[in-house]
Design a binder for this molecule. Structure first.
Ligand code: MN
Ligand code: MN
Length: 286
């Protein structure tokens, strides 16, 4: 890590929001390079004012810490174990974990820890891909199996996927057969859908943002770009809907090698908005 995320200047003990980087892209199937994203997103976080105009708050007033990057080995199980341990340490201290990927396989390991702390946890996943395979290229912990693994931790009825537009035929048949709830991108009534989800899901929510949910016109620098995506504003809208109940977050799949800087900047800015929105609406993270 060359520099910490902008304004994450508090000590671990004093902070309510804790960043960690997961520089891993071992299961990436198309464009590798997401391992460079944590540091790149940190770099771009310095582009922005501390004041968030859309929320009327200043991030200087929010106590955040950047724990740094997890040490990555060739052993994925070992990496995920250390990730779960770190996130447990964060949530057990009633702090808010912010994972910066790295690839999407970060999420099940983080959800495992957050779910131990909040047993009635729901998980909202923003992703172009359903990620609902049992395994991919022989690996059950691939970034293409994230939603499947998460649903095994929190229960199928506690998962919602938003922005979907890429699946295999067997994946979608099975998802429909067993009742995984998801919404395709291009849905014109996102607000209405989100209102329904808010009613259906009680209690704390973990939010996972796979940056490829956003249209490649806005976020081209990702591992597996997929046309016909959401706008950044729709992502903000989704965050705002859940802000008063989000207890953990990750932002994954940025691939700096294919980015002119704008995708990392967008990721950093969305993360900054999320911190502001959560801080503003939840006493426990003040
Ligand atoms: Mn994904
Ligand atoms: Mn994806």
């Amino acid at each position: 890590m060359t520099e910490f995320f902008a304004d994450a200047e508090a000590s671990f003990n004093d902070a309510k929001f804790v960043f960690y980087g997961y520089p891993y892209d071992g299961t990436a199937c198309f464009r590798k390079g997401a391992s460079k994203a944590p540091d790149e997103i940190r770099k771009h976080s310095y582009n922005f004012e501390t004041y968030l105009m859309e929320l009327g708050i200043d991030l200087c007033d929010v106590s955040a810490n950047d724990w740094g990057n997890l040490k990555i080995t060739k052993n994925q199980d070992k990496n995920e174990k250390s990730l779960t341990e770190l996130v447990s340490k964060i949530v057990d201290a009633v702090k808010f974990p912010i994972g910066i990927g790295g690839e999407h396989s970060l999420t099940p390991a983080a959800v495992q820890a957050v779910h131990s702390k909040y047993p009635n946890l729901s998980v909202v996943i923003l992703d172009a891909h359903l990620d609902f395979r049992h395994e991919y290229e022989g690996n059950p912990k691939s970034h293409a199996t994230v939603t499947r693994r998460v649903s095994e931790i929190v229960g199928l009825d506690k998962v919602r996927s938003i922005g979907i537009r890429s699946v295999s035929q067997s994946e979608i048949s099975e998802a429909r057969a067993i009742g995984l709830k998801f919404i395709e991108s291009g849905w014109t009534e996102l607000r209405e859908y989100l209102t329904d989800v808010i009613d259906e899901l009680d209690g704390p929510v973990y939010l996972s943002l796979d940056m490829d949910v956003i249209d490649p016109a806005f976020a081209p620098g990702v591992g597996t770009p997929e046309p016909f995506g959401m706008t950044p504003y729709e992502v903000l809208q989704t965050i705002n809907f859940f802000a008063d109940r989000i207890v953990g977050f990750d932002c994954v799949e940025v691939c700096p090698k294919y980015d002119n800087g704008n995708t990392s900047a967008l990721a950093a800015r969305i993360i900054r908005h999320l911190i502001g929105a959560v801080w503003q609406s939840q006493e426990r993270f003040k």
